[in-house]
Ligand binder design. Structure first.
Ligand code: HEM
Length: 500
C-alpha cells in the first residue's frame, strides 16, 4: 500500500522531469540558418526593419533568428500580431534589459523601457495623471495653438521671399516646441542655453545610442563586455549619456531658480514637487533619476515619432498631387475662407485628413518594429513554440504592405479607408503605428492632435511647390534612422500664401 501511494505521488514528478530532459517536440518557427556563436547577426547589415522585411518574405510570418545567444522572434502578419498582442498580451508585454536602454533610463526608471511589473504600473499612473490625462492635455491647448501660429508665421516669411522650407526642420520646431513647453516648461524659441539645432542634435544622438545594440546584450557577460570596451561602444554610449544628462540638469536647474515664470504646471515641475514630498508615492520614492528617465522617454517618443510621420505625410502628399488637392479643398471648404488662425475646435472636422493620416501610418509607421519586447512565459503563436525570455519584434512595416490585408499595398491611396472601420487605436492588427495591448503608446491622443493641428495650418494657409527643375519623380524615398525610421534626404518645398 505504502509503495503504491509513493508511486502515485512520484509518478507525475518523474513525468515532469522526463519531459524536461527529452528534446523538445514543440515546433520552433522557421528562420534563416545562422552561424555558430553570432547566430544571424551577419545577415543584418542594413536598416533592421528592412532586413527583417526581406527575411520574413522568405521565411514566413513567424520567424526565428538568433542574435548571439538570444532568440529573436519576428511576427510579420496581422494574425500573428493579434495573437502576440491580444491573446498573449500579458506574456509579451515585458521589455528586454538592454544595456543602452538601462543607461539612458537611469537603470530603467522610466515607462517605455522598464520591465513589466508594479513599478511600470505605478509610474505610468503617476505620469498619466500629470501629463497624458485628457484634462491635463486640455489645459495645454493654448500652447499647441500658439506653436501652430508660430509655424505659420515662420513659413509666411519664406512664402514672401519665395525661399525653400525644409519641412522636417519646420515641423521639428513645431513639435519640439510643443513637447518642450508641455513637458519641460521650456520655450526653446526664447531660451539662452539651447536652440532648435542643438535640441535636434541631442535627440538624434540619444536615439542612435538608445537603440545601439551592445555585444553585452547578446553574448555571455565577459565576452560582450570586453568587446564593447575594445570597439569603443561603451565610451560612445557614456559620452552620449553625459550630454543628455547635462542638458536635462540644465532644464531642472532653470526650474529651481526662484522667480521663474510658470505659465502652467509642466511634467518637470510636477515631478520636482513629488521629489520634494516627504512621503513615498506608491511603493517607491521619486528621485531626480526618475525625472531624468521620464524626460528621456518624452523627448524620444514625443518629438521624433510625430516629426517622422509628418515629414512622410508631406512627402506622400507632394508625390500625389491628386490627394494634396483633394485634401486642401476639403480643409478650406470645411474651415471656410478668411480664417486668421486654426484652433483645436477645427480638429476632427476634416474627414479626408484622417484617411491620409491612416494611409501614412500604413506605409510609414514611424517605429516599424514597435519597441523591443520579451516573452515572460513559453507561448504558442500560429502553432509555433516561442520560449520564455525570447526577444520579440512586431513587424508593422511588413504587415502594412501585406497583400493579404491590402489591395495594391505599395500605392498611397487614402480612399482605401473610406467606409472601413480600421483604425490605429490598437484593435486592428493590420495597422499598429502605436502598438497594442498594455504597452501601447500612452501619447497617442497628443500625437494625433499635433499631427492634425500641424497639417491644418500648413495646408490651409499655404500652397506648396517643388523647387524649379525638380519633378515628383525626383523625390528621394530613402529611409534612415534607428528607432524611428525617417526620410533620409530633406524634403524642401517652396510655400506660397494661399489666396482665398
Ligand atoms: C505620432 C506620434 C506617436 C507614435 C506613432 C508613437 C508610437 C509609439 C509606439 C509604436 C510605441 C511602442 C508600443 C509598443 O511597444 O507596443 C510607443 C510607446 C510609447 N510612447 Fe508613443 N508614439 C507617438 C507619440 C507619443 C507622444 C507624443 C508621447 C509622449 C509625449 C509618447 C510616449 C510614449 C511612451 C511613454 C511609450 C512607452 C509605453 C510603454 O512602454 O508602456 N508617444 N509609442
Amino acid at each position: 500500500m505504502c509503495i503504491f501511494l509513493s508511486f502515485l505521488f512520484l509518478f507525475p514528478l518523474v513525468l515532469i522531469i522526463f519531459k524536461n530532459l527529452l528534446p523538445s517536440k514543440r515546433k520552433l518557427p522557421p528562420g534563416p540558418t545562422g552561424l555558430p556563436i553570432i547566430g544571424n547577426l551577419h545577415q543584418l547589415q542594413g536598416l533592421l526593419h528592412s532586413d527583417l522585411h526581406k527575411l520574413s518574405l522568405e521565411h514566413g510570418p513567424v520567424m526565428l533568428l538568433r542574435f548571439g545567444v538570444v532568440p529573436m522572434v519576428v511576427f510579420s502578419s496581422k494574425e500573428a500580431a493579434k495573437e502576440a498582442l491580444k491573446t498573449y498580451d500579458l506574456e509579451t508585454c515585458d521589455r528586454p534589459k538592454l544595456v543602452a536602454n538601462g543607461l539612458f533610463t537611469h537603470n530603467f526608471k522610466d515607462i517605455g523601457f522598464t520591465q513589466y511589473g508594479d513599478f511600470w504600473r505605478e509610474m505610468k499612473k503617476l505620469v498619466g495623471l500629470e501629463f497624458f490625462s485628457p484634462q491635463k492635455q486640455k489645459s495645454f491647448r493654448y500652447v499647441r495653438e500658439e506653436e501652430g501660429d508660430l509655424l505659420v508665421k515662420k513659413i509666411s516669411k519664406s512664402a514672401q521671399r519665395q525661399t525653400l522650407v525644409d519641412l522636417r526642420k519646420a515641423l521639428y520646431s513645431f513639435t519640439a516646441g510643443i513637447i518642450f513647453r508641455l513637458a519641460f516648461g521650456q520655450d526653446f524659441h526664447d531660451c539662452d542655453f539651447i536652440d532648435i539645432d542643438r535640441v535636434e542634435e541631442l535627440v538624434k544622438e540619444t536615439e542612435t545610442n538608445v537603440c545601439a545594440l551592445a555585444f553585452t546584450d547578446f553574448f555571455p557577460t565577459g565576452l560582450g563586455w570586453l568587446f564593447d570596451r575594445i570597439s569603443g561602444q561603451h565610451s560612445r554610449l557614456s559620452k552620449a549619456f553625459a550630454n543628455q544628462s547635462n542638458f536635462f540638469q540644465h532644464v531642472i536647474d532653470e526650474h529651481l531658480k526662484v522667480g521663474q515664470p510658470q505659465d502652467h504646471l509642466d511634467l518637470v515641475s510636477a515631478m520636482l514637487d513629488m521629489i520634494n514630498r516627504p512621503t513615498k508615492l506608491g511603493s517607491f520614492k521619486i528621485t531626480s533619476d526618475h525625472l531624468k528617465a521620464m524626460m528621456s522617454d518624452v523627448v524620444l517618443a514625443g518629438v521624433n515619432a510625430g516629426v517622422t510621420t509628418m515629414t512622410w505625410m508631406m512627402t506622400e502628399l507632394t508625390r500625389h498631387p491628386r490627394v494634396m488637392k483633394k485634401l486642401q479643398e476639403e480643409i478650406r471648404s470645411t474651415l471656410g475662407s478668411n480664417r486668421e488662425r486654426i484652433t483645436e475646435e477645427d480638429l476632427e472636422k476634416v474627414e479626408y485628413l484622417k484617411l491620409v493620416i491612416k494611409e501614412t501610418f500604413r506605409l510609414h509607421p514611424p517605429a516599424p518594429l514597435l519597441l523591443p519586447r520579451q516573452t515572460m512565459a513559453d507561448i504558442e503563436i500560429q502553432g509555433y513554440y516561442i520560449p520564455k525570455n525570447a526577444m520579440i519584434k512586431i513587424n508593422t512595416y511588413t504587415i502594412g504592405r501585406d497583400p493579404k490585408c491590402w489591395t495594391n499595398p505599395e500605392e498611397f491611396i487614402p480612399e482605401r479607408f473610406l467606409n472601413s472601420s480600421i483604425n490605429y487605436k490598437g484593435q486592428h492588427f493590420e495597422l499598429l503605428p502605436f502598438g497594442a495591448g498594455r504597452r501601447m503608446c500612452p501619447g497617442m491622443g497628443l500625437g494625433i492632435n499635433m499631427l492634425e493641428l500641424g497639417f491644418l495650418n500648413i495646408l490651409y494657409f499655404f500652397d506648396w511647390s517643388l523647387p524649379e527643375g525638380m519633378t515628383i519623380e525626383d523625390i528621394d524615398m530613402e529611409e534612415a534612422g534607428d528607432l524611428n525610421i525617417a526620410k533620409k534626404v530633406p524634403l524642401e518645398l517652396i510655400p506660397s500664401l494661399h489666396q482665398a
